[in-house]
Design a protein around this ligand. Sequence first.
Ligand code: MFK
Ligand code: FAD
Length: 504
Amino acid sequence: AEALFQEQPKTGNPYLEDTLLQSYLKTHLPLKVLEEMHQNLERFGKRLLNEIQPLGWECELNPPVFRQFDAWGRRVDHIHTCLAWRRMKEISAEEGLIAEAYERRYTHWSRLYQAVKLYLFSSSSGGFSCPLAMTDGAAKVIESLGIPGSLKNAFDRLTSRDPEMFWTSGQWMTERRGGSDVANGTETVARKQPDGSYRLYGFKWFTSAADSDMALTLARIADAEGQCTQGSRGLSLFFLRVRDEQGKLNNIQVQRLKDKLGTRQMATAELWLQGARAELISAEGRGVAAIANMLNITRIHNVIGAVAAMRRMISLSRDYACKRVAFGKLLKNHPLHVQTMARMEVQVRGAFLLLMDIVRLLGLTETNLASEQEQLLLRLLIPVAKLYTGKQASAVAIEAMESFGGQGYMEDTGLPVILRDALVLSIWEGTTNVLSLDVLRSLAKSQGQVMAVFLSTVKKKLELASGIKELSPAAQRAQEAIGSLQQFMTNMGIGRALSMELAA
Ligand code: MFK
Ligand code: FAD
């Protein structure tokens, strides 16, 4: 009778099973750094398997619950999160999932190391990688402001390894009139107080991980007559604590939690700001430019989430192919099935290498080791990678789901969750088309230089590839195409043309 049951797909230590990750680290890292990281990652992989994956599943089974009133009718607006979710916060601190990037004990490799840990963590995290993305983004903004005295405590907490100290942050940008068009859609008003602080009044339409300790948000400062400047130049960036030490909300009301297709493990709330006390942290009218530092980090986290989701689905699919028999042989012995899996594997490998290159460049930039060309390349690659891998993750997750046949569609296998959560990756943190426009923004702002750097980098890589025998004809053809594109750009003065286009 036992033979009637299908064995469920399983994976082992995600670090040890990821041969591409291991070979990337071996090829790129200095030996001493590699040895330390290897040991730590092997340990972390074991922890993921034995402790974190089961917690992640608990988070899925116990989504947050919103309680607006207490038993006696008092308004409490309490967002109850499960024990496993709270444990994820402690683990994130213990593992230094944010701290690692800011301590920089491996200089420019620290960012890459952090990204590798987040990549391994992501698909087991029960959605906790979402608050971590915003926490990292907030730390980055504060660091780029030079860690002003008033934000030192927040910075220390966001980057702490002590679970008691560790804070997570929200990123409240989206309002009802505009999630993409934040510049025109933001209605929240900031009124200056006699002590120099501000009070915020408005409605934030999507606020994920609303159980976070703090948030960065945008608002328009009202002048003495109560008037505000409209458009992008009217927006400023604010820091606020969500609750006080007693857990009381900072003049904020929770309207409700969103009823979402996926990412159900974490609370996304609609919030009324009714005089929330906040601190202005950007120059007046420079809110969008200041929060762009956060966006660029959270967009990289989005890429991490996309690659991790693809890797998880494919790893499970590979294991299944070694267990499931159809037409008298294992799936792995059906050439057509293997071809489908190979195509997915190529997708995830390409995305993984792109991610590694981005975090390598980010690490260089943050330690002042990046050339101007590398900085330009980073600016271009972030939106490109976010828009590309966001879509790619959904497509790969759908394909992988099919590789389990009907079982792939069953809730309690845990596979549909991965697909549902992947579908948001192309929506939040900038939709695909909005990010395409961001690519144009980076082209225009640099007068086309980012594209020139991109093309010359690709050309160099292709020259290297031409040395590899099997690749040479394809590499040759690609090089010719790049050459013509470069010629075209020079002739057209593409940077100037784009500036005009955008200005129009
Ligand atoms: C798996 C983990 C994932 C984590 C998920 C966490 C949960 C989800 C959280 C969210 O979804 S948060 C909300 C995310 N929202 C967006 O991504 C908004 C999408 N819209 C855009 O990105 C628009 O392009 C943008 C709001 C930025 C347009 O604003 P503006 O003011 O019309 O743009 P403008 O005037 O071109 O730029 C203003 C300044 O910002 C310029 O600087 P300068 O004044 O110095 O020239 C720009 O260069 C700068 N800027 C804009 N985008 C930039 C940037 N700088 C660097 N990088 C960028 N990407
Ligand atoms: P719109 O801006 O109305 O977009 C609608 C469509 O129009 C899209 O297809 C878009 O691509 C297209 N479009 C818009 N402008 C252009 C243009 N110029 N050219 C071409 N096409 C265009 N936001 C936060 O601030 N904080 C959060 O924590 C947060 N969490 C979220 C969690 C979830 C699960 C989800 C789904 C969203 C979350 N968001 C959050 C909001 C998210 O960032 C926005 O939904 C997203 O940026 C899109 O904005 P919008 O919903 O206003 O759509």
